[in-house]
Design a protein around this ligand. Sequence first.
Ligand code: 2NL
Length: 342
Amino acid sequence: MEQLLQQIAAYKLEIENTPTNGADSLEAYRIKFLGTKGIVKNLFAEMKNVPADQKKEFGQVLNEFKQLAEGKYENWKEQLGGGSQKAASIDVTLPGDSLTLGTRHPINLFLNHVISIFNRLGFSTAEGPEIEDDWHNFTALNIAENHPARDMQDTFYIQQNPDWVLRTHTSNTQIRNMEKGVLPLRIVCPGRVYRNETISARSHCFFHQIEGLYIDENVSFADLKQTLYFFVQEMYGKDIKIRFRPSYFPFTEPSAEMDVQCLICHGEGCAVCKRTGWLEILGCGMVHPKVLENCKIDPNKYTGFAFGMGIERPAMLKYGINDIRLFSENDVRFLNQFTPIT
Ligand code: 2NL
């Protein structure tokens, strides 16, 4: 005990006489006195050798010594301009960083506009999964087992379960709604779809679509034409010219594609319409009886029409965007520029 007290007195003197200069000597001091193998730790370890009746007194001396060693360290650090100087330099009277307000994505602006037109015609909006099974993405739609669209080159398959794909169109959502068996059915299905395509300025491996479906008794091709005619007039103005061309899809019969007069050259012929004067904007048709049957709907009682259109191409035309990749790069300099369509 006597010996320990003498030692402590000597260390106290050493501490008091240590000059408080340089950061290096501060660190050396910290290691020597306060480190994990330092003097303070070692002295505390001596506690076990002190007789029980003297433990209390020794403990007090030790604590006092520890405080001295730590106090010196803190003062020294402050003198060198450590953490506390930083705290002192914060000027709480300065204005804070401003928060920038977000904007709607151009794809969503365009989609919302299309949706609102169909909502006014009595179509409600339905959404569905982006990871879909083979039945809802292909088979129920009358897409044959050997159809090229099912090719690995065109479709992303889920490695863990080859029955699952990233949906290649939003028709999966229409199938799911038809399967519910509640008729009549009048829905639009917007969303993201995936195709195994090489990414370029003109095409991407994911993009957006909106599809529509109307099933009831006595729905005719004339209803389809008039619905889509109303849509393009709302979208592109009352004097827009349209044309229907026969086409083929496995899930509709008959099938058609609809063109609108080129929005750039108004039919004169330009690079955008490849000199044809027309732009293809959607595919459509009467729902194939097999598709109705696949969803347990009686094709002798019910008929329906369906249509599908891409979003990126017309949005690029509308906003004068020349590279499809801009939509998914999240560059705020691009995203900041868009305002809602009125
Ligand atoms: C296109 C063509 C189309 C459909 C999509 C559809 C959905 C069901 C049943 C029947 Cl559940 N048809 N959808 C029909 C015709 C064309 O899309 O060029 N899309 C970008």
